[in-house]
Design a protein around this ligand. Structure first.
Ligand SMILES: Cc1cc2nc3c(=O)[nH]c(=O)nc-3n(C[C@H](O)[C@H](O)[C@H](O)COP(=O)(O)OP(=O)(O)OC[C@H]3O[C@@H](n4cnc5c(N)ncnc54)[C@H](O)[C@@H]3O)c2cc1C
Length: 312
């Protein structure tokens, strides 16, 4: 029998959208049950949110002061305990899940199936390899628990409207002391979150400097969009690392993606494979970004962006 446990991702008492995407992926297996486990110091609020996701059978809560911050080494032994009896354990392929799930898989003695983008059967999955240039079908052992991360850009959020039962569980396991929370260094921004935004405006090396990036931020503000960047723009110090889109940055699936002064290297395109409408602004008509763009504007970004702003 297929029963799936999903590890909830949450921050500041709010459930991350990635959890509802994992539920959609889980539904594709036609399981007998989809349960969500919330590990937190005080899981009540997040559990109540998770219980509303359509298709969820039960929400399990593990309350522990040690779970106040998402430390993979602390959470993993607890997830591994709760996983007993489940055929599958899913987590999102976000920074949270990429950190946590390999630890869970190691504790359960299995290899992780990473970046599930399609489900072919209960133990057969599709996932991208070579920076998304090829899709491979992987088969997990049928006699072992399947630990997998779900490629969030490939799955829509499951609808709300459910009312799953919430059940507190106590987990009896020694937690490691070798890894502890020291502090969180995070950029503060009132802008939409890059990973989940419906619209994103990204700048590349063509923008030229940190000061020039102001016009990318201005256009994003006009559109109510998040700001992203190519790796070249990040490496040049125009914007912080967390804005990087692509193979070694964030994989995103906004409805609208505007690429400004970005050439369209394969490692960048990997990050926007699932975007809806792609708009490219580049002065080089032969730039590879135009091969995948739905709308292409050939010209100087310093002329086009102000014009766009005025038109908006
Ligand atoms: C292992 C690996 C992982 C990588 N991961 C990533 C990743 O995650 N994300 C990522 O983005 N890259 C990644 N890269 C780097 C990638 O290969 C490219 O080098 C990078 O994406 C190029 O960034 P860019 O398009 O901003 O710069 P460029 O390729 O230099 O392109 C700049 C573009 O701006 C245009 N331009 C210049 N001036 C103007 C103007 N005034 N008006 C309009 N257009 C203008 C130019 O015509 C050009 O097309 C990775 C590379 C490797 C090897």
């Amino acid at each position: 029998m297929t029963t799936i446990l999903i590890v909830a991702e949450h921050h500041d008492g709010k459930l991350n959208a990635s959890t509802a995407k994992c539920v959609t992926a889980a539904k594709a297996l036609n399981p007998a049950a989809i349960d969500i486990v919330v590990l937190a110091a005080d899981p009540a609020g997040v559990a109540a949110e998770a219980a509303q996701i359509d298709g969820v059978s039960k929400v399990l809560t593990v309350a522990n002061a040690a779970n106040a911050n998402a430390i993979a080494q602390v959470l993993a032994p607890q997830v591994a305990k709760v996983a007993a009896g489940y055929s599958h354990v899913f987590g999102p392929s976000t920074t949270f899940g990429k950190d946590l799930m390999p630890c869970v898989a190691a504790l359960l003695g299995v290899s992780q199936v990473s970046d599930v983008m399609a489900v072919e059967g209960t133990h057969t999955f599709k996932r991208p390899i070579y920076a998304g240039n090829a899709i491979v079908t992987v088969e997990a052992a049928v006699d072992r628990v399947v630990v997998a991360t779900v490629r969030t850009a490939s799955w829509a959020e499951a609808a709300r409207g459910g009312s799953a039962a919430v059940e507190a569980v106590s987990v009896d396991t020694a937690l490691p002391t070798h890894t502890r929370y020291v502090g969180l260094a995070a950029g503060k921004s009132d802008r939409p979150d890059l990973q989940s935004a419906g619209r994103v405006v990204s700048g590349g090396r063509g923008v030229g400097s940190a000061e020039n990036f102001r016009i990318v931020y201005d256009l994003a503000d006009k559109l109510g969009a998040a700001v992203g960047a190519s790796r070249a723009a990040v490496d040049a110090g125009y914007v912080p690392n967390e804005l990087q889109v692509g193979q070694t940055g964030k994989i995103i699936a906004p409805e609208l993606y505007v690429a400004v002064g970005i050439s369209g290297a394969i490692q960048h395109l990997t990050g926007i494979k699932d975007a809806g409408t792609i708009v490219a602004i580049n002065k080089d008509a032969d730039a590879p970004i135009f091969e995948i763009a739905d709308i292409g504007l050939v010209g100087d970004l310093f002329k086009i962006l102000p014009e766009l702003q005025d038109a908006l």
